[in-house]
Design a protein around this ligand. Structure first.
Ligand code: SF4
Ligand code: SF4
Length: 332
């Protein structure tokens, strides 16, 4: 901790701070939403807490349906508008600042990173899967992405989109998501446990091999103008950047990192011992490290603000709707 505080001028310090601030914020939203749902489950016996729209960030597949409906028919879903706002915001973030959502904002990414750091402290290192298996496993997240994209973008006709968005199932999709965590089945708990154990040994196991959301953001990040750039003239080829990269990218061999696996964590930049050699750049033009943090926060704040100011943030469901829907959630 003392070492971290001494590093406050480094972008790594600010990334850690932002990561944990978002994790804290997500936890707060989760607790508030649990209390909101509990109020209706107990038929008003417990206190009422306002529903936080931010929980809709956990509904990316529904948000993809919502996005398609908006693009194809102009219908803007009023039931979970924040889901679409956050989804589009994170897509925009990937287009500008790589997969920064994964290493700056996503709570799963934050926990995953904390777990592999624990593993590294315990074993003295993290382990790498054989290259051929690593590549094979990486395909899994694209296969999952393809499955969802095919299901939503190709197989779902325009009429079915609005039916889905107006159905009771979608209305309480957030409650069902909450129940996934609060009423977890033994199978789900075991799967999460196995993933957590694998994450102790292998860096970001879930993110690297299985997360379809990260796969989508990674593909978009290919077009991102913000990328890590290396000045070959001052590089001593020490390899510290490649060794430090959690995405296993050979940074030392690149003039600019355009990989779809790069999360913009800037760990490589923080670990380069040569000043002004490894930096974040706009295309190839070097920028100060803090500008990346500012870009990430600006995109996030702008997206949320636009959603709020345009009236696409709060759900259109009323107290009476939740009073009717939540007690019968198991039926959907
Ligand atoms: S290349 Fe640098 S910024 Fe990209 S994932 Fe690796 S360490 Fe992070
Ligand atoms: S850490 Fe810096 S000096 Fe070392 S190989 Fe990477 S870019 Fe070059």
């Amino acid at each position: 901790m003392i070492q971290i505080l001494n590093n406050w001028k480094k972008v790594a310090f600010w990334r850690l701070l932002i990561q944990w601030a978002f994790l804290g914020w997500c936890t707060f939203l989760g607790v508030q939403f649990t209390l909101f749902v509990r109020h209706f489950e107990t038929f008003g016996q417990t206190g009422y807490y306002a529903r936080p729209p931010g929980v809709e960030g956990f509904l990316p597949i529904g948000a993809l349906v919502s996005l398609k409906a908006w693009v194809m028919t102009g219908y803007l879903d009023p039931v979970h508008p924040a889901a679409l706002v956050l989804f589009v915001t994170f897509l925009a973030m990937a287009l500008l600042a790589r997969k920064s959502f994964c290493s700056w904002i996503c709570p799963v990414g934050t926990l995953s990173e904390a777990i592999w750091k624990l593993g590294r402290n315990f074993f003295g290192r993290n382990f790498h899967i054989w290259r051929w298996l690593d590549l094979l496993l990486q395909v899994t997240k694209y296969a999952l992405l393809l499955f969802f994209v095919k299901l939503v973008l190709f197989d779902m006709p325009a009429m079915a989109l609005q039916s889905f968005l107006k159905a009771p199932y979608w209305a309480i999709a957030d409650v069902k998501m909450l129940h996934f965590f609060t009423r977890m089945s033994l199978t789900s708990a075991l799967v999460i446990l196995v993933l957590a154990i694998l994450s102790v040994v292998y860096q970001n196991f879930w993110c690297r091999y299985l997360c379809p959301y990260g796969a989508l953001l990674g593909l978009l990040s290919f077009f991102s103008p913000l990328r890590v750039v290396r000045q070959a003239s001052s590089c001593t080829d020490c390899g510290a950047c490649s060794r430090a990269c959690p995405a296993q990218i050979e940074v030392r061999q690149k003039s600019a990192v355009c990989s779809v696996e790069c999360t913009g964590c800037l760990t490589c930049v923080s670990n380069c011992p040569e000043p002004q050699t490894l930096q974040i750049g706009f295309w190839k033009r070097p920028l100060p490290g803090w500008s990346f943090a500012v870009a990430v926060l600006l995109v996030f704040a702008s997206g949320v603000l636009i959603g709020m100011l345009s009236g696409h943030w709060e759900t259109s469901l009323s107290y009476a709707d939740y009073q009717r829907l939540i007690p019968m959630v198991e039926r959907f």
